[in-house]
Ligand binder design. Structure first.
Ligand code: NAP
Ligand code: HSE
Length: 439
């Protein structure tokens, strides 16, 4: 085959991911050219400060702070600088000039994805983003291509490595949230400001992207329900362990069947949840990620691996780069995503799952019946009840600890139960309310 002209690649960013992309592009130049049928020529690397210390493998002569001419002269632009601006403007410039773009920027895709996809479609350019969700794990391409003929019903993922590391340490060592976070920071998993991870903003962005692909529906970030892991206690973790569960931060994207008004749609939520220790996601330890997909014909699939890391994420970026380059060589249109299904994104009240509620009650006749009645009043069916009686410090009255497991119920019903329990004279305190997933 006659070799195509060299393809000009502009790299925006030379940090953890970008420096590895540059190194791999240069070190593997001949092999990549053979695979693509054209040389991938790294023509420049835009950074904020050309004098900053860089990883070995980043050629200093390619560094520039002037991104625009680099973008306009490229065939393919790789954006690994992160943030919203100027990344958004640069990607739009690249797409509008007909270049394909590879990005790892989940924050930008989750907040401005529609604008970027529309721009790409208008000029017939392509936007690739395998690295934006779960780092090295191939999950975007399976959803976009391999499962394009199937119907995805549910995705349940551990898509944030930092929080999985923290929860795993709490589970395996009995550590408190604070000390597990300190460990994650010392190891470089958590950033100096860990908010994006521990408050689940990062996982919510990834959930929005996964749901968009799975359900062919635009998913605005503000419709993704989000709860972080900061309130998870060592006591909750120990109780979960005793009951055969583990607590994980899960990103859940699922179809919700019609309610009594005939309204169906999808629910996208990120929160800590109990899952049974036998569930494949329970075996995801440390900072690893995994995405569990349930599709109508394919059944259950699990994708597992490194969700972050410079070189691991660079692997996904390079995969996209090769796809983009092959399209240049072969010509013709690339992948086009669609939001044709346009399903309603339902509020968290419509989520339908199981719950475990732990209560402190006075150990007196009739208390259990009163508690059971509160659940019944709101049509929430109890599946299990466990009771332990302990003398409360300094109190003459014994206190009973009730752990109530429910059958599936809507979040709205469960909230009504919790509100009624909080108002009940029989309930001294509600010590834990947590969803149970992974049936
Ligand atoms: P990083 O280490 O902070 O590197 C960012 C790079 O972009 C730096 O080289 C920086 O230049 C450059 N940059 C930032 N703002 C710029 C601007 N205004 N103009 C020109 N250059 C600018 O980030 P990263 O960890 O590599 O992450 C890059 C992207 O990949 C992000 O979207 C992130 O969400 C995504 N991602 C990262 C990982 C991971 O494990 N790190 C995993 C998955 C996805 P200077 O070097 O001069 O400061
Ligand atoms: N902070 C993210 C994590 C990095 O912990 O998974 C990749 O998005």
């Amino acid at each position: 085959m006659e070799e195509y002209r060299p393809l000009r690649v502009a790299l925006l960013g030379a940090g953890s991911v970008g420096s590895q992309v540059a190194r791999l592009l240069i070190e593997n130049k001949a092999e990549l050219a053979a695979r693509v049928g054209a040389e991938l020529e790294l023509v420049g690397i835009a950074v904020r400060d050309i004098n900053s210390p860089r990883n070995a493998g980043v050629p200093r002569e390619l560094l520039t702070t002037d991104a625009e001419p680099l973008i306009l002269g490229a065939d393919i632009v790789v954006e690994v600088m992160g943030g919203i601006e100027p990344a958004r403007t640069y990607i739009l410039q690249a797409l509008n000039s007909g270049s394909d773009v590879v990005t790892a920027n989940k924050a930008l895709l989750a907040s401005h994805g529609t604008e970027l996809f529309d721009a790409a479609e208008q000029v017939g350019a392509q936007l690739y983003f395998e690295a934006a969700v779960a780092g090295a794990i191939p999950i975007i391409r399976p959803l976009r291509e391999s499962l394009a003929g199937d119907k995805v019903n549910r995705i349940m993922g551990i898509v944030n490595g930092t929080t999985n590391y923290i929860l795993d340490r709490m589970d395996t060592t009995g550590a408190s949230f604070e000390s597990a976070l300190a460990e994650a920071t010392a190891l470089g998993y958590a950033e100096a400001d860990p908010t994006a991870d521990i408050e689940a903003f990062d996982a919510a962005q990834k959930a929005a992207i996964l749901a968009y692909l799975a359900f062919h529906t635009e998913v605005p970030l503000d419709k993704v329900y989000r709860e972080g892991i900061t309130k998870i206690t060592a006591q909750q973790m120990a109780a979960a362990q005793r009951d055969g569960y583990v607590i994980k931060l899960l990103a859940i994207c699922e179809r919700v069947p019609a309610d009594e008004n005939g309204e169906s749609g999808v629910s996208v939520r990120v929160h800590p949840a109990l899952i049974e220790r036998e569930h494949p996601l329970a075996a995801v330890h440390g900072a690893f990620n995994a995405v569990f997909v349930e599709a109508e014909s394919a059944g259950q699939l699990m994708f597992y691996g490194a969700g972050a890391g410079g070189v691991q994420t660079a692997s996904a970026v390079l995969g996209d780069l090769v796809s983009a380059a092959k399209r240049h060589v072969a010509g013709g249109p690339g992948l086009a995503d669609s939001v044709h299904a346009n399903l309603p994104i339902l509020p968290i009240d419509r989520a339908y799952t199981r719950y475990q509620i732990t209560l402190e009650v006075t150990d007196q006749p009739g208390v259990l019946a009163k508690v059971a009645n509160i659940f019944a009043d709101h049509q929430v069916s109890i599946e299990t009840v466990e009771q332990a009686v302990r003398e409360k410090d300094g109190s003459m009255r014994p206190t009973a600890y009730l752990e109530v497991g429910t059958h599936e119920a809507t979040e709205a019903s469960l909230r009504a139960v919790v509100e009624s329990l909080a108002e009940s004279d029989s309930v001294a305190s509600i010590t834990s309310v947590i969803r149970v997933e992974g049936i």
